[in-house]
Design a binder for this molecule. Structure first.
Ligand code: FDP
Length: 302
């Protein structure tokens, strides 16, 4: 069988520990339901949605769909989410931390949105060093799942199959290209610290181009394909940045490292941070290793 026709379940059977494989298939199934419901739950279409139930905000809806599907696997010990104050307890062994709809403010403008999942081997909150795997879904012009279980980064794309959809292999062992081409930085320029502004000027001087869509997974996805850096930096009015360590930056940092990159909070590897709260944030600089290490140096000089 050629690589191009390898399906997600077949790949997982050969390449993932059983529980992570089961949880990933649950995410794949639920993400199709989420994607199908975006025009309805976002209020863009007034009609009754395909499942005929009452309208809910898309982020609340996605949270419910993922929690329900992940719980039903029996593999999750707990499921923590940006959308819930406390984790949902379950009976398995893997702690799942998720952002069920990353970039929800972009739904209305039809920019890419996504979902992020971290599969942790310890109770939450815990350090990214306890990640056994992570993945992100993009609901862009293609619905994709990009995943790592610590042996490279692999990508699948949703394709129609009869009345349903399936995920087929799109790429194996994805690596950040050596030459960085793009960067995207969140927040308002006026709130960036002088060292971040200085670093951004230097990126411009060496010819990197701005690519910023305002959804973390969409912006990171470009960095993974083109090389460069995504940041939601330390800001004058928000010294700990905006993005959540458990739900967002640690899972993507894990995957980014598997693709040959590096992720920092400006001082140390994001994977070494040990958040004491579920919602803890940190500044985040993620992408090509040499660039992010250089940024660390610039930031430490003040
Ligand atoms: P959103 O608030 O739309 O959910 O973590 C949330 C996030 O989006 C990220 O996806 C995105 O990178 C960031 O916030 C964008 O924030 P700014 O609008 O402040 O740039």
């Amino acid at each position: 069988m050629g690589l191009a026709t390898l399906k997600l379940d077949e790949f997982l059977r050969l390449n993932a520990p059983e529980e992570l494989a089961t949880l990933t298939l649950a995410v794949a199934k639920a993400s199709i339901t989420v994607w199908d419901n975006i025009p309805f739950k976002s209020g863009l279409l007034a009609e009754v949605n395909p499942s005929g139930d009452t309208q809910k905000a898309i982020d609340v809806f996605s949270n419910e769909v993922f929690v329900e599907t992940l719980t039903s696997t029996g593999c999750a010990a707990e499921i923590a989410s940006e959308e819930m104050a406390e984790p949902t307890q379950a009976k398995g062994t893997i702690s799942v931390a998720m952002d069920p709809l990353d970039g929800s403010s972009n739904v209305e403008t039809n920019n890419p949105v996504g979902s992020i999942f971290g599969f942790y081997s310890k109770k939450l909150p815990t350090s990214g060093r306890n990640l056994a795997g992570s993945l992100y879904v993009t609901y862009g012009n293609m619905m994709t799942i990009t995943l790592s279980f610590g042996k490279g980064v692999h990508r699948f794309v949703a394709v129609r199959e009869g009345a349903g959809m399936n995920f087929e292999l799109l790429g194996v062992n994805l690596r950040l290209p050596e030459k960085p081409e793009v960067y995207g930085i969140g927040g308002s320029k006026k709130d960036w610290t002088p060292s971040v502004s200085r670093f951004v000027d230097s990126l411009e001087e060496r010819g990197l181009r701005v690519r910023y869509c305002g959804t973390f997974v969409g912006d990171y996805n470009q960095v993974l394909a083109r090389g460069g850096m995504f940041a939601y930096p330390q800001m004058k009015n928000r010294p700990k940045g905006k993005l959540r360590i458990l739900y967002e930056t640690a899972p993507i940092s894990f995957l980014n490292e598997q693709a040959g990159g590096y992720a920092s909070d400006g001082r140390q590897n994001i994977l070494d941070l040990a958040p004491s709260e579920l919602l803890e944030t940190s500044p985040a600089y993620i992408g090509s290793a040499p660039l992010v290490r250089e940024l660390e140096k610039t930031v430490s000089e003040g």
